[in-house]
Structures are given as C-alpha cells and as structure tokens.
Write a protein that binds this ligand. Structure first.
Ligand code: B3K
Ligand code: ZN
Length: 877
C-alpha cells in the first residue's frame, strides 16, 4: 500500500445512489451479487473510468447496464475493479463475487464468530465483501437480501427495516432489509446465525415507539439487562442534552465474542464485542458495568455524529470520533460523577495520549497522511480529539456550544463533511474566529506551559506569565502557538477561594492563551495566593509551575476544583516518588515522606467526599505518568519504588486502612450504582495497600487471609477479582491455588477467562514471563480471539513494566515473536501489540538496542502486513 495524503483529496468521480445486495451465505464460498446504480459526480468535470475497490474476493461476473462485460472491457487486480468505458449519464453495474468468511481471521469484512456470520466494515472492510467505491463520501441507499441455512442461521439481519422474508424451500430462507438513510459503505452490517433476541422499547420525546433488540447467543440470554437499560438512558440523554432523537423504528445490537475493537456503530445494527454488552453481578466488575454503559452510549451517539453526518475522508476521523467521545464522556459524567469521570479521562490523556504524542506514531488530531488507516484509530484521534471539542465547550460556554451543535446538524445532515465544517459551525455560533484554534487539528505534540507567578503585596496584584512551546514532531519541526482556555483559581493561606474579577463564577477565571508568551493580571488580591492552575484539566497540556509541598497540601485539602484537588495529591506523590527513584538508582533504601502519609491519612478519614473520588486520590501516579517525568525511563526502578511505596504506606497506615476496609462494607446483595461502585473501589483500594508485598517479602498471614476470605465469600465479580488480584500479587502459592479454583469455576465463560489471563499476565511477582509463555498453549487461550490476545499478551507487554522491560531483553524477544505470529492472522491486532516497542527511544542505551533489534527483526519478515510495516517503519526512522 502507498501512503495516502489529505492534501490529495479529490471528490469521487461517480456516486452510487442505490445498492442492492444479495448475499448467499456459505462458510467457505459466500456468493455476493451487487447491483450499483451509479451516476457521474457533477463535481468532477473530466470524464473518468469507473473504479471500484475490491480485495480478497473472487470476481465471477461483471455486467454494465445488463450486458455482461468481456475480459477486455474491465480490469480487476491490485485491489481495484476498473471499467474504462461507462455511459455519460446514470448507469447500472452488476457484479458477482465469492468470498470465504471461514478463512477470515483478520476479522475485517464478513467473518464467522462462534459459527455466526458478522461483519466489520470500518474503515475499509466493505471492499472485501463486494466491489464498491469504498470511501465515506459516497453515500448510498442499501437494500440487502440475505440467504442462509434455515437451521443454522435462523436470524438474518442487516441495516434498516425488514421489508421481506420467506422460505426458499431448499432448507434455506431469506430476509430483505432496506435502509432508507443514505450511508457510506463502512456503516453496512450483516449478521446471520443462531441468536436469541432480547426486546424492549423506547418512546422518543415526539412519541414514536422504537423497538430495541439485543441479539446474543443462547447462553448469554440472561446477561443483557444492563446493556438494555444503558441504551434507553443514552437515548433519553441525547434528547435532553443535544435535542437528538433516534430516526429508524428499530435499534439492534448484536454481541459477538471475536471483535477487533469495542463495538461498531453500523446504522441501526450495532455489532459489539460481547465484553461491552454482557454483564451479571457474578461475571462483570463495576468497571465493566461502567464500560458497557459508556460504549453503548458512544455507539448510539454516533447515529447523529458519524452516521447522519459522516466524514468526507478518513483524515476527518476525529470529526466523528473526537466529538462522539466528548458526548459519551458527558453522558458518563451525568451517570456516575462529573469529577470522577474527568479525572479518569485526564488520566488517559496524560498516561497514554501524551506518550503517543511524544513517540514515533505522533500525529495531529487530523493526520496529514497514512498508509494503513486502521493504525490511526488512536488516543490522539479519539481522546485528544475529545479534548479539542471540550476546549471549544469551555471557550464558548454550554449554551453557545449547544447552538453550534444545532447549527452543525442543521447545515450538514445527510452529508460527508470535514473538521473545518464542524469548527465553522462553532465559530459562527460564537461569532468569533477560530482559525488559530484549528492548529489543534494540524499540529501534533503536547504543548508545554511554563508558568511563573509574581505576587506584589503592595499593589495587591498577581501576574501570571505563561509561556508555551511544543516539541517538534514528524509533520512539523516548528510549532505555532496554540489557542487554549486556562481555567485558574486562587486560594488564600487558609485554603479559602479568593474572589476574582472577570470570573464567571467569581472564583474561577478562564484565561485565553494564544501567544507564545503572555501575561495575565489578577487585581485586588489581598494576600499571597496558592495557584490552582488548569482547573478541570481545561487544556491537554503539560504544565511546569513550581509549587511547594505546603502549597500542594493546601490544594489537596481545599481546592474547590476536584480535578486539581486530586492532581495536587498526584503531584505530591510524583515529587516524592521521583526523589526516591533517584535514591534507589544510587542503591539507597526507599522511604516514604510523612507529608505524603499525612495526605493519604486525611483521605482515609474523609467521610464527606465521594468514595470514588477518594479511591482515585488514594492511588499513586501511574508508572506511565512517572516515566514521562524522567529524561531516561527506568521502568524497573519505577516499578520497584512504586511497589515499595505501596508496601510502606500499607504498613504505616495499617489501622486506618483496616478501619476503612471494615466501615466501607456494603450491606445486602450487589447492585451496580455509582455510589456503591465508589465504595467498593475505595474499600478494595484499602485491601490492595494492606496486601502490598513488603520489602522483606513476608506478608502478615492474617492480611493475606483477608484477601482469601473476600475472594471466597464475594457475591460479585468486583470484590472477587479485586481480592484475587491482591492475593495473586502477594503470595505465589496461595495465588496459584485460587487461580486454579477460579478457572475451574469460570472456564466456560470467555469474558471471565479473560480476567483469569489478565491477572496472570499482570502478576508482579517474579517469573511471570514463563507463566505467560506457558499460557499461550493453554486450551483456554487462542490467538484467534482478540480479547484473549489483549488479555494475555498486551497485559504483559503494555502494563507489566517491571517484567516486560527485564534488562536481558526477554520481554522484548517475546513480543517480537508474538507480533510475527499474529501478523498473518490478524494484522490490526498485531500492529496494536507492537505499541510498547515504538517507545524504544525513551529508555537507556541497552534497552534501546534490544528493542530496536526486535523492531528490525519484525521488519525483516517476509510478507508483512501494511499495518505492522507502517508502525515498524515509523518507529525506526
Ligand atoms: N467506529 C468504530 C471503530 C472502527 C475501527 C476500525 N478499525 C468504533 C467506534 O469508535 O465507535
Ligand atoms: Zn466511535
């Protein structure tokens, strides 16, 4: 594949108004007949040949306006079907192709999962089903007839409305679906198989009744309640918050076990990874419940942001993804807790997106080019893209932002548009120019702010001087200044919020930074303030602002902005962790500072704050975030010191932790609610500190017993897995025994088996790599299922830093092997697994060399996928 460039975009030469598909299912030889009603696009002046995409399919027949074409009248090869001579006006093309769903392990296009047929077409999978202009700016009305075996495929589904069905008398039956909304082919879906249907309804605010159907395998019939409730909540929320109503009469969700990502928003027929649908208290954790609610909502919200208004080309991916992530974040904030959700999302940006932004895969929210688009479904496009939308929301304010959204829907419904179109609607609603703001779409890298505070008591004035820089990235060495909102508050020595002039709520001022260096004055400031900078993480940037432990203590105890209250604790933790990592590297013993212990003790004694917030405030900064503060990342030292901190904190705060553990117990049976989930998180956080293995290696047996007891008596997966995880990471013998028990109990449930794999791959006791290697041949593991691969391989390579980064390179060697093994099966997953190696430049010379060697080894494989090749090449050059 060649690199594709945004600047080379040209409109399609031909449009397809209607597509009639007839798909006759067969595991090895599915026959697809397609009828395309085409017409020249008036936007393209010169007459051109008709070029359709078509890959991995056998072409049986091509006809133009009813006449079969001879071999000289068309060309089929290199992924394209070209017909040189087509009529000037509208015309009809028919093709017949044959495909092999059973042989499709890449899980793109039409494939089988547990014997059921399903499809994944985004981004460019439709071309492996039939010949078609596979680009999102060709929007077509689809009519799809599916023919399948009556016995093995009682259910036949596609987008839109069922308009016909019947028996063919030969052991087969058929169903015809019509989708009245023109759509790009990436939103096409087909599902066929032996599934059961769970039904409910939703009445829209205009009084239309929508049928809601969730299709699952029989064994999962009882696990869909939470997903159904989530869908209803999302539908209501989008009406209330954004005035958006559902448009078809039926909304279908299908859960399959084999899926490359979380889920897919196909029009009227979402296909989901079963991980984001199925839940029972005894099989799913609070985190799973929250994830299901969020992903169901995300896919539902795409119906307006993605489907009704779609992307002109794949460079505009963030148009739908950044915006839809913003929408699902807002939804979850309303469902659980706004501050907690904000902290989670900011953590994702800082721990993972910042790292992507500083590595070889760094790209702007709108990438200027790509080889394999599947490699650009990234944290930058999704999560930084959502931060960009959030900055607009902060700049415009909620009402103006809503008017901007309304304008966007009004102007572009039914169109395939660009990020510029979206920003233009916002600019018009605001009445201000957003040209500079759009640099967020074209410049990669994380801006770094250096903040200086000068307080003049005589003048009662504070001057904040903010300088912004942005490191060079592949697409540009020199960066122009970004335009961003900086929310700032000031606290006095007692921790009281100081009144501010020009602050909408009197205590938080939103500064607008647009220059490389800018001064901001705060007048009438009575005493030396403590600065609460970047409240609510108002821009996705790194901040350098010197603050003492005392100042951080004030913020930690009193900042009315929950994000900064949490962040002050993180900064305090970070400060001490980094100091001790340096000591550790010099061979000195690790100590935990009293101020940190004091802060943590206060959290444990806090009976007023939201327990979910306290649980996050209790957690030490992630290994990834710590690593980003270091010139040369020392993953083993980071792990060791952080681990020792946890053990020392567990010892020093033992009685408070035990007390927290006892008092947070929730009476009665498990129920998923944000409050209960928060309590469980805090209580299990206490348990994790108590069971953190101490330096001398012997854990108090009575503490270990608490973990075993909780595991054995839990009535829900959240508490069971939390306890099991503590035990597995504290004591090898007991952990192994409980893991065997867990497997015996749950081996029939694939999603629970994933958890069993995750615990083992994440185990921080020595020897994990050997156990992971052994598990690759365990009957409960298969390379063909992406969830299994992520659970075992990605958990070890991307989260078990202490062992993956073993100085002898054994972890890197293992990952090299795994990528080579996966690439021929599933290139998308293979390329994802590669991520940890892309970071090689961040480590010491020895590790750099070992990681590089693996990249080179992978790169030298014969017949490497475009997916893996692109990541390897960008990483090495
Ligand atoms: N749009 C899909 C992702 C498709 C990924 C293709 N490699 C899910 C989502 O973002 O909602
Ligand atoms: Zn999405």
């Amino acid at each position: 594949k060649k690199e594709t460039f945004l600047k080379e975009y040209t409109p399609p030469a031909y449009l397809v108004d209607r597509l009639d598909l007839r798909v006759e299912l067969d595991p090895q030889a599915t026959r697809v007949r397609a009828t395309l009603r085409c017409r020249p696009n008036t936007n393209t002046p010169v007459k051109q040949p008709l070029v359709l995409n078509g890959e991995q399919l056998e072409l049986v027949r091509v006809a133009l306006d009813g006449v079969e074409l001879s071999a000289t009248e068309f060309h089929f090869g290199d992924g394209l079907l070209t017909i040189a001579q087509v009529p000037d006006g509208p015309f009809m093309v028919e093709t017949e192709t044959r495909i092999n769903p059973a042989g499709n392990t890449a899980l793109e296009g039409l494939y089988l999962s547990s014997g059921n047929y399903c499809t994944q077409c985004e981004a460019e999978g439709f071309r492996t089903i039939t010949c078609f202009p596979d680009r999102p700016d060709v929007m077509t009305v689809f009519t799809t007839t599916i023919v399948g075996d009556t016995a093995s495929c009682p259910v036949l589904l596609s987008n839109g409305n069922l308009i016909d069905s019947g028996d063919l008398g030969d052991g087969r039956h058929y169903a015809t679906w019509h989708d009245p909304f023109p759509k790009p082919c990436y939103l096409f879906a087909l599902v066929a198989g032996d599934l059961v249907r769970i039904s409910d309804t939703f009445t829209t605010r205009s009084g239309r009744q929508i049928d809601l159907h969730i299709y699952v395998e029989e064994r999962n019939r009882n696990k869909c309640d939470h997903a159904m409730r989530a869908l209803q909540k999302a539908m209501r929320w989008d009406e209330l918050r954004f005035g958006r109503e559902y448009d078809l009469d039926t909304y279908m969700i299908v859960a399959v076990d084999d899926f490359n990502m979380g889920a897919m928003e196909n029009k009227g027929l979402n296909v989901f990874n079963s991980k984001y649908v199925l839940a029972l208290p005894e099989t799913a954790t609070d985190t799973d419940y929250e994830g299901i609610e969020g992903v169901i909502a995300h896919e539902y919200f795409h119906n307006w942001t993605g489907n009704r208004i779609t992307c002109r080309d794949w460079f505009q991916l963030s148009l739908k993804e950044g915006l839809t992530v913003f929408r699902d974040q807002e939804f979850t904030a309303d469902m659980i807790s706004r501050p907690v959700k904000r902290i989670q999302d900011a953590n994702i940006i800082r721990s993972f997106q910042f790292r992507e932004d500083s590595g070889p895969m760094a790209h702007p929210v709108r990438p200027p080019s790509f080889v394999e688009i599947n490699n650009f479904y990234t944290l930058t496009v999704y999560n930084k893209g959502a931060e960009v939308i959030r900055m607009l929301h902060t700049l415009l304010g909620p009402e103006t932002f809503r008017r901007g959204m309304d304008l966007y829907f009004e102007r572009h419904d039914g169109q395939a548009v660009t990020c510029d179109d979206f920003v233009a609607a916002m600019a018009d609603a605001w009445g201000k120019d957003l040209t500079q703001f759009k640099r967020w779409y074209s410049q990669a890298g994380t801006p770094e702010l250096t903040v200086r505070a000068d307080y003049d008591p005589a003048a009662r004035q504070l001057i904040l001087t903010v300088e912004q820089t942005c490191p060079p990235t592949r697409e540009s060495a020199e960066k122009l200044p970004f335009f961003m909102p900086l929310a700032v508050g000031l606290l006095d020595a007692q921790g009281r919020a100081m009144p501010l002039e020009n602050a909408p709520d009197a205590t938080t001022r939103v500064l607008i930074l647009s220059e490389a260096k800018q001064r901001f004055e705060f007048t009438n400031i009575a005493s030396t303030p403590t600065i609460s900078f970047l409240r609510n993480f108002s821009a996705p940037v790194k901040v350098r602002l010197d603050q003492s432990d005392e100042e951080l203590g004030v913020l930690m105890a009193h900042d009315p902005d929950p994000f900064n209250r949490w962040d002050a604790g993180q900064k305090l933790g970070l400060h001490h962790l980094l100091a001790q990592i340096e000591r550790h590297q010099q061979g000195q013993p690790v100590q935990v500072d009293d101020r940190l212990l004091h802060g943590l003790r206060n959290l444990l004694l806090d009976r007023d704050s939201d327990p979910a917030f306290l649980a996050m405030a209790m957690a030490l900064p992630s290994e990834n975030w710590i690593g980003q503060q270091m010139e040369v990342v020392d993953p083993v030292a980071i792990f060791a010191v952080r681990q020792q901190f946890r053990a020392l904190i567990g010892q020093a705060l033992r009685s408070e932790l035990l007390q927290g553990y006892e008092t947070l117990r929730i009476p009665g049976p498990y129920r998923y609610s944000a409050l209960d989930a928060g309590k469980r998180a805090l209580r299990n956080g206490c348990l994790a500190y108590l069971l953190a293995p101490p330096l001398d290696g012997v854990l108090d047996p009575c503490l270990l017993h608490k973990g075993v007891h909780q595991y054995r008596h839990a009535d829900n997966m959240t508490d069971a897995i939390a306890a099991l995880s503590c035990v597995v990471n504290a004591d090898l013998a007991t952990g192994t025994e409980l893991l065997a028990d867990f497997h015996a109990q749950w081996q029939h449930d694939p999603l629970v088996v994933d958890k069993w794999l995750i615990l083992q791959a994440g185990c921080t006791l020595p020897g994990t790599l050997d156990r992971v290697k052994a598990l690759t041949t365990h009957p409960s593991f298969t390379y063909k299922n992406p969830n299994k691969v992520r659970s075992l391989i990605a958990t070890f390579c991307a989260t078990n830093h202490g062992q993956f980064h073993a100085a002898d390179g054994s972890g890197y060697d293992f990952l090299g092997d795994q990528v080579c093994l996966l690439d021929p099966l599933n290139p998308q997953i293979a390329a994802r697994m590669l991520t940890p190696l892309t970071q090689w430049r961040r480590y010491d010379a020895g590790r750099q060399q070992l990681m590089r060697a693996q990249l080179e080894r992978i790169g030298s494989q014969r017949s490497l996928s475009d997916d893996v090749k692109e990541v390897v090449e960008r990483s090495l050059h």
